[in-house]
Design a protein around this ligand. Sequence first.
Ligand SMILES: [Zn+2]
Length: 323
Amino acid sequence: MNTIRKIIIPSVLALLIALSLVSCGDTSAPSVDTVDDLVFTPIETDGAPGTASDAAGQTEEPPAAFESAVTSPVTDEDQVQPQDTEANEDTAPEATDGIPAYVPAVPTGDGNAPLALMYHLVLDQPFSSLESLFVRPSELRGHIEALLEKGYTFIFADDYDYYSGKTVIMSFDDGYLDNYTEVFPIIKEYNVKITIFMISNYINGADYLSADMIKEMSSSGLVSFQSHTASHPDLTTLSADSLRYEFKTSNEAIESLTGRPVRALCYPTGANNAFVQSVASEYYDFAYTTVSTTSTAGYGALELPRLRVNRGFSKDYFLSIIP
Ligand SMILES: [Zn+2]
């Protein structure tokens, strides 16, 4: 049975998903989740692999409704690390091949909990009815300016507990093409870091990032590519073998392009459970959900929440909801 699942289920899922827009929605994870789900539904495309299409059930919320999503989980003092060492500096040394050398980070040990943000697409014109996923480029600029004005340092998702002070993880799910055409020029302008959770089977797919784009973005030192699995399945339906296949395959594909270890995972649609987390722990130090809050304090390293950022969030609104 395991063999059948290992071979057939991922194949079928990969086929279905390759024909659809992938979106990340809420999950099975903890009870603190109060934001509307993004529902992943296969298809309704012109049949071109990787072509985005609509998913049902997503409505754009007025920003005010978002405040209800802000929750305050119980703080877990056990999250404090025993070590107390200096955090890495933002600048990585330049390697001879032009790619910044990877510098393993060291936990600060101060229990600092970054703000984590979840984005998908940044485009003025949505190409699906999931309009809330399409943050406008001008809005993204406003969010970056708001974060800088509030004194945040931008860090990578795989450096979760490696910095002290006010830190933010700006993450983008799935690896859409606009992350290169729209987001990359903006973050270079502001010199801030982002993380892209890439679905490795979609690399070079229509509407998704190419291998060359990933190499260029990673080499800039401003973009960390981490795993969003190989085929974006519902991980809670998979066997241990299938989970390991998703994790190992995606890590290897991404690492072969970036030359950097993949140490963070983003659960497709956020779906996870204790079993998924236990297998994920074999491959990752950190894993992110779609539970939406303005602080990751009190959450385990394999169930880190991210504030959902929607189209329509102005700079002023953003300033009003972030700590
Ligand atoms: Zn996704």
